[in-house]
Design a binder for this molecule. Sequence first.
Ligand SMILES: [Zn+2]
Ligand SMILES: [Zn+2]
Length: 91
Amino acid sequence: MGVDFLTCMNEGCKRTFADCGAFFPCSCGESFCSEECGNRQIEEPETDEYDALYSCNLCRGETILNNDLLKFLLEKYNITYKEAVEMFKAK
Ligand SMILES: [Zn+2]
Ligand SMILES: [Zn+2]
């Protein structure tokens, strides 16, 4: 088993970390470098049969990814990604 490197899903952090150390893998599949970054909350405590169920600020909808934000803005203003890039270059 090798070590994988993950990027913190917190847009303000984006730190790269190894998945062998202490980090917060949320039950939704997103990973954060720390519990603070993901704003971890326990949805259901651990039992003998199941691991604890966690939620993060992404799956609770408290924060969004820049990609999702971009998609939303493109749709709202009815422009394509390419047009947005042109606008950015012309600024
Ligand atoms: Zn982080
Ligand atoms: Zn989550």
